[in-house]
Design a protein around this ligand. Structure first.
Ligand code: PMP
Length: 405
């Protein structure tokens, strides 16, 4: 059971007053707030441990390196990777996808090959593949979704062929909250020898992840959406694939030896971590995961589902409010439009009541186009939200409607 009062005390920002009103933060899909355990760990790191990693033999450098590698080990168990060498630290989801698009693309994509992405993906999971396809004269193909925002499996299967080299899909859509059937998607792609990248930016924080069970080839996520600092993220890749891929960037830390005649690259994972990594961010990720594990991923998932269902029921009763998708399988996000009211107007009025929601295209313009809309109002939940906050949102939306009527 979630002890909501105790949890809310861990997040000082939740006490913020906005225009004299109590903040109601429902924009967790964009970024999560940070618990004191993470905030203070960063100050503690700089006060007692800080030194560049992997470089010095001195005490602080060894200590900082130890914590960095402890964080990698923690991520490994958190996502159930086979080995910590399969965990690469990056700047975030976008950086991880760009790394794969460049490095996997360099090695495995040639003219005429095909890459499939779902049509509701975040721009981060479209544009890097588009750039790769331009470089290699390969083809980017969209996987269609139905009116419920779910991938149409029969259409997906029709698109797969021996030309398909990679499929890239979010486990949870940031625009609509749809949980895609990633296990099935992966299984079907593998039958054609295609590799699969799962964008976990909106799933890692909501339910437990098992990359071995999923059998995905790559899995990516951002630290800032899972209660850690900004500027740290993860790329998981199967060891046998990562070891065949060329480095993404050159520089310090990613080498064994350098000479003008020949440079030898480091083994995994350092081959992909050129330059000074965000080792303080990695420490914050370690603390964030420890924090989540203390609460329990199962408890978090149950509580957030209860919140989402409550919000779903309440919001559905508002006349003129249309929830996009209404998928059976939805996590953490509700995206909707209000008849005849522009989402920016609604968002600005809600803001004046202290309610933070996201409005617009959610970095998913093709997804909006698919549903013939300019954008939506999106509320996204965390385990620190409450039913009372959903009531405040509900009343806020009624006021918005009144103002326009
Ligand atoms: N993919 C999805 C599904 C996302 O929700 C986001 C962030 N909104 C990203 C990718 C990009 O994440 P970041 O900006 O942290 O790199």
């Amino acid at each position: 059971m979630i002890d909501i009062n105790k949890i809310r005390n861990d997040f000082p920002i939740l006490n913020t007053k906005v225009y004299g009103r109590q903040l109601v933060y429902l924009d967790n899909g964009a970024t999560s707030q940070k618990p004191l355990q993470v905030i203070s760990s960063v100050a503690e790191f700089y006060s007692t441990i800080n030194s560049n990693i992997h470089r010095g033999v001195h005490y602080l450098s060894s200590k900082a390196t130890e914590e960095y590698e402890k964080s990698r080990e923690k991520v490994k168990t958190f996502i159930n990777a086979k080995s910590s060498a399969e965990v690469i630290f990056t700047k975030g989801t976008t950086d991880s996808i760009n790394l794969v698009a460049f490095s996997f693309g360099e090695k495995f994509i040639s003219e005429g090959d095909e890459i499939l992405v779902c049509e509701t993906e975040h721009h981060s999971n479209i544009v890097p593949w588009q750039m790769l396809c331009e470089r290699k004269r390969a083809k980017l193909i969209k996987i269609p979704v139905d009116n419920n925002t779910e991938i149409i499996m029969e259409e997906y299967e029709k698109l797969l062929s021996s030309k398909t080299k990679l499929v890239a899909v979010a486990q949870v859509s940031n625009a609509f909250g749809t949980i895609h059937s990633t296990e099935k998607i992966i299984e079907k792609a593998h039958k054609f020898g295609a590799k699969v990248l799962i964008d976990g930016a909106q799933s890692i924080q909501h339910f437990s992840t098992d990359v071995q069970k999923l059998d995905c080839d790559f899995y990516v996520f951002s630290g800032h959406k899972i209660y850690a600092e900004t500027g740290i993220g993860v790329l998981f890749g199967k060891g046998e694939l990562l070891s065949q891929m060329p480095p993404y960037q050159g520089g310090g830390d990613m080498i064994n030896s350098v000479s003008f005649e020949k440079t030898e690259y480091a083994e995994l994972p350092l081959k992909f971590e050129a330059g000074t990594s965000n080792y303080v961010g990695a420490y914050s990720l370690l603390k964030a995961i420890e924090y989540l594990e203390n609460i329990g991923l199962k408890e978090i998932a149950e509580y957030e589902t209860e919140l989402k269902n409550y919000a779903f029921e309440k919001l559905s009763t508002i006349p003129g409010l249309e929830i996009i998708g209404n998928p059976k399988n939805n996590s953490g996000v509700i995206s909707f439009t209000l008849k005849d009211i522009h989402f920016y107007d609604a968002g600005m009025i809600l803001d004046k009541m202290g309610i933070a929601v996201r409005t617009g295209t959610h970095c998913a313009e093709p997804a909006m186009k698919r549903f013939n809309i300019l954008g939506t109002i999106r509320v996204s939940f965390s385990f620190y939200n409450t039913k009372e906050e959903i009531d405040i949102l509900y009343n806020g939306l009624l006021k918005v409607k009144q103002m326009f009527e």
